[in-house]
Ligand binder design. Structure first.
Ligand SMILES: [Zn+2]
Length: 83
């Protein structure tokens, strides 16, 4: 039986066999691993202790996009110098 929590990474390309959507991620003892189900490639993921951030990053991305938009919409300060 497969270990629970094993999940495919959509769009991930295996660095070894270049196959797409063959990479699974799973946690083992506090560490996360990437593994290719096609060629057997396996790599330990090095993260900080806040592994939960991986799941919340989707929401954070939306906020950072909004933040970038705010920057873009910010009126140029140079307007004050125009006479
Ligand atoms: Zn592979």
């Amino acid at each position: 039986m497969n270990k629970p929590g094993k999940r495919f990474i959509a769009g991930a390309v295996c660095p070894q066999c270049q196959e797409m959507d063959r990479i699974v991620m799973y946690r083992e003892d506090n560490d996360e691993y990437r593994e290719c189900v096609s060629c057997g490639f396996k790599e330990k993921q090095v993260f900080k202790q806040h592994q939960r951030e991986l799941d919340t990053r989707v929401n954070q991305t939306e906020e950072s996009v909004r933040a970038e938009t705010q920057v873009l919409n910010f009126p140029p300060i140079n307007n004050a110098d125009k006479k």
